[in-house]
Write a protein that binds this ligand. Structure first.
Ligand code: DGL
Length: 248
């Protein structure tokens, strides 16, 4: 079975790195649409047009199942895509909502996601019986993609976006964008108390990897600069796993 995984850029690697830990696929093809990121400030029509191209690219490369490792596409257009394509398309929203509901004790759940995801209010709609506090984090993805995780700007942005969630006394935080697990250590430090952090990679990996684990054959494609992608991506995946990235 060949799995396709796509995101606007590096974020989907936080999902891929979990899937490959116990990989059961013959091959995994990753596509990062780095020439057109961020997706998180785009309107629905643009996201649908981009997502169709991403899905069709992966189908052309042989994908038989696709993980949409992008909260923005999953929240805005997954239902439209499911009507148009017959292969299994797996988004990240439902698994995150379900896991957060299972983890929370005080029923106060925070969500950090892109503005385009927060616009859909998808988590507030899906997480019933709990108070949900959603924060649109415009600055995170561009700073991560510019290799600025360690910058003062990033620390300031984290403090700004988490402040209302801390005030709301959340005990569970959903990483509604796949880029954000790359900030997990910094986010934990900024929160005043231990909070359950819910990320899609680990949950999806458990659901997808059914069968005997084997080494994954990996193929990487980006729409932007492959050397730039490989340099940044190697920090999040082992070097041996990401040997070559092709530009489309
Ligand atoms: N990583 C994506 C998401 O999960 C997209 C971030 C962006 O490009 O703005 O939403």
């Amino acid at each position: 079975m060949i799995l396709g995984v796509f995101d606007s850029g590096l974020g989907g690697l936080t999902v891929l790195r979990e899937i490959i830990k116990n990989n059961t696929y013959d091959k995994i093809i990753y596509f990062g649409d780095t020439a057109r990121l961020p997706y998180g400030d785009k309107d629905r029509e643009t996201l649908l047009a981009y997502a169709r191209e991403d899905v069709e690219f992966l189908i052309d490369k042989g994908a038989q199942e696709i993980v949409i490792a992008c909260g923005t596409v999953s929240s805005n257009v997954l239902d439209d895509l499911k009507k148009e394509y017959s292969l299994p398309l797996i988004g990240i929203i439902d698994v995150l909502a379900k896991e957060a509901m299972a983890k929370t004790v005080n029923h106060r759940i925070g969500v950090i996601a892109t503005p385009a995801t927060v616009r859909t209010a998808v988590f507030t709609r899906k997480i019933t019986g709990n108070d949900v506090y959603e924060a649109g984090c415009q600055k995170f993805t561009p700073l991560i993609e510019k290799d600025m995780i360690g910058s003062a700007e990033m620390d300031e942005a984290i403090a700004e976006y988490l402040e209302p969630l801390k005030k709301a006394d959340i005990d569970t935080l959903i990483m509604g964008c796949t880029h954000y697990p790359l900030l997990e250590d910094k986010i934990r430090k900024c929160l005043d108390k231990p909070v359950n952090i819910v990320s899609s990679g680990t949950i999806l990996a458990k659901e997808l990897n059914i069968g005997e684990a084997r080494e994954a054959e990996l193929e990487f494609y980006v729409s932007g600069d492959p050397n730039d992608f490989i340099r940044k991506a190697r920090r999040f995946l082992d070097v041996k796993e990401i040997e070559e990235v092709k530009k489309i």
